[in-house]
Design a protein around this ligand. Structure first.
Ligand code: OAD
Length: 278
């Protein structure tokens, strides 16, 4: 399945949804009553850690570039140094931040629902750092690099510290075949890792609650997962969305908490703990 961006679609405001105590309680009850929980996260869950979301305007040097135009194989072929330097900037940023209370609260939920699976579009590892155990990465891992031609099999991961290269001179050459090295992330027009995607589909089909956090829902196939979960004939899942704004997912949401996840998730988890204690 190819990565596809539907940015041109409009996100409508539907209703008047906000974070209220009753939304938090409803969310906690849904979690308490669920058997199989799937969580889908996007860039918004890492925002309170200091990682700008994918579509936030960047500051300084990178402000003039459109991320959607840099995250493509065509852009890398046309200007490998530009794309490599942009990813080095993002890689350093991702490496310097820590999980926020939203990541931590989500990891705590594993205590109450050990089978819970987190499906993330994020290329950072903040869920794992916070202690989430079952994490499926749909869009790769920014800390890793691979040979552009995957000359030794897919992916041919390259340890950038294992050989000498000029760090000011764009991407290094693959030590096996000489092709450019690139970040191990999925770009627009590329296939998602097949095993992870099929696992994500099967988790979405089986869950009875999907918690969708911090995604605009503009990029498929990840954005189709809540619809798949909700429309499974014999086991339609409830959708709980946490996002301070409206998104392409809001139309499927049964419960919406319209607030940042770093603020609202700890409150939800505290309510779940109270329900469990009763
Ligand atoms: P976007 O940047 O499209 O959307 C981020 C979402 O997070 C928006 O809906 C915001 O309203 C919401 N948000 C902002 N702050 C938040 C907070 N504190 N708490 C919760 N939500 C918050 O990012 P994604 O939907 O993740 O792929 O984008 C999907 C994919 O598009 C990315 O993985 C990236 C890009 O293509 C690749 O790079 C392969």
């Amino acid at each position: 399945m190819l990565l596809y961006d539907t940015t041109e679609c409009s996100i409508e405001r539907i209703g008047n949804l906000i974070m209220t105590d009753s939304n938090i309680k409803q969310a906690a009850e849904a979690i308490h009553n669920a058997t199989k929980i799937a969580v889908l996260t996007g860039a918004g869950v890492s925002k309170e850690s200091g990682v700008p979301t994918f579509r936030d305007a960047l500051d300084g040097l990178w402000a003039k570039y459109n991320p959607e135009e840099l995250a493509t194989p065509m852009a890398f072929k046309a200007n490998p140094k530009l794309v490599w330097d942009w990813y080095q900037f993002r890689r350093e940023l991702a490496g310097s931040v820590k999980p926020n209370p939203g990541h931590v609260a989500l990891a705590e939920l594993h205590k109450y629902n050990p089978g819970m699976v987190v499906i993330t579009q994020n290329v950072d590892d903040l869920h794992e750092q916070a202690g989430s155990r079952k994490v499926i990465h749909l869009h790769g891992n920014i800390a890793e690099s691979k040979c552009y031609d995957n000359c030794q099999g897919t992916p041919t991961l390259i340890d950038l510290d294992s050989f000498e290269w000029d760090r000011d001179d764009g991407p290094p050459a693959c030590p096996h075949c000489g092709a450019n090295v690139r970040p191990n992330v999925v770009w627009f027009h590329e296939m998602l890792p097949e095993d992870n995607l099929s696992l994500a589909y099967s988790v979405s089909l089986q869950c009875d609650l999907m918690i969708v956090i911090g995604t605009s829902g503009l990029v498929t196939p990840a954005a189709t997962l809540p619809k798949i979960a909700k429309e499974t004939e014999d086991n339609p899942a409830k959708i709980l969305e946490i996002n301070p704004d409206y998104s392409m997912i809001t139309r499927y949401a049964d419960i919406k908490i319209e607030a940042p996840s770093g603020e609202s998730l700890p409150k939800v988890v505290a309510e779940v703990a109270k329900l469990r204690a009763n």
